[in-house]
Write a protein that binds this ligand. Structure first.
Ligand code: CP
Ligand code: NVA
Length: 307
């Protein structure tokens, strides 16, 4: 059974994630039927800015023979211009799929509830599933497996962290998360991940000590301290996250062959030092490239003919 929408990673079963990983690998090797999404149009509804998500979905759609249409903050007015219910029903009459980047996750959920076409979450305040699925693909490429790979996430318990928790717990990777007090990931996500980890053999650990979390880690991952929509908290956050920068001395505590990952955009000098970003450990551009291959797999699964 193929999923109807993709709002969070936990909407998927491990077998469906494995299918997406295989399909992304095939697409990356360029094995595909010609123009499988010919005649289809994908709407990109973005309340917030984006480079990677927008460009990779637009290019992906073009490579699959379809087209895409950008509907930006001016038209959407932060969801205030009209209800998500009306918007979803209108757009279902024109489009074949939607990628929604909303401030609130509830808006994406409401859109999915009323939409007759697939809705893909292109980042909400709660989750970034396309990022985490692409990251699983990157980690599998680098290590040849996901089960038992030791990940550490250092920084804010945000949307990217939530999706990484769900992805790791579903696929049997180990994940240690270190955040300052007050910035832990959402309790419901942690509880879900802990329960899921028991089934998959994953191990989930929460900490407030970056050094503890990165010990023997094979992947060290971070994201910005101030996410889109939190700009007014920036000064406070800079203070609260002191000691949480991923720098060379922190990476020294990790596995010798550690790789550094970041969803980007990075605030160099805040959550990650320039030195680490430019080091041989960083695979952030491979990681960004893989958004394209994984999202093509997602588009084919949700919008293609085959189930
Ligand atoms: N990583 C990511 O989603 O980047 P954008 O915000 O540029 O799309
Ligand atoms: N946590 C960041 C991720 C950007 C891709 C944000 O929400 O702004």
């Amino acid at each position: 059974m193929k999923p109807r929408h993709l709002l969070t990673v936990r909407d998927l079963k491990p077998s469906q994630i494995q299918g997406l990983l295989n399909s992304a690998a095939d697409l990356k090797r360029n094995r595909k039927e010609i123009d499988p999404l010919a005649g289809k149009t994908l709407g990109l509804l973005f309340q917030k800015p984006s480079v990677r998500t927008r460009v990779s979905f637009e290019v992906g759609m073009a490579q699959l023979g379809g087209r895409s249409l950008y509907i930006g903050p001016v038209e959407l007015q932060g969801g205030q211009r009209e209800s998500s219910k009306d918007l979803a029903q209108v757009l279902s009459r024109y489009l074949d799929g939607i990628v929604a980047r909303t401030f609130s996750h509830e808006q994406a959920e409401e859109m999915a509830a009323w939409s007759r076409i697939p809705v893909i979450n292109g980042l909400s305040d709660f989750a970034h599933p396309c990022q985490a699925l692409s990251d699983l693909f990157t980690i599998q490429e680098k290590f040849g497996r996901l089960k038992g790979v030791r990940l550490a996430y250092i920084g804010d318990g945000n949307n990217v962290c939530h999706s990484l928790l769900e992805a790791s717990a579903l696929m049997g990777a180990q994940l240690a998360v270190a955040t300052p007090p007050g910035y832990r990931p959402d309790r419901s996500v942690v509880q879900w991940a802990l329960a899921q980890a028991k089934k998959s053999g994953s191990r989930i650990l929460l900490s407030m000590k970056p050094k503890e979390a990165v010990r023997e880690a094979q992947v060290v991952y971070t994201d910005v301290w101030t996410s889109m929509g939190q700009e007014r908290e920036q000064a406070q956050r800079r203070k609260d996250f002191r000691g949480f920068q991923v720098d060379s001395s922190l990476l020294k505590q990790a596995d010798k062959k550690v790789i550094f990952m970041h969803c980007l955009p990075a605030h160099r000098g805040e959550e990650v030092s320039n030195e680490v970003m430019d080091s041989r450990y960083a695979i952030v551009y491979d990681q960004a490239e893989n958004r394209l291959h994984m999202q093509k797999a997602i588009l084919l699964t949700l919008m293609g003919r085959r189930t």
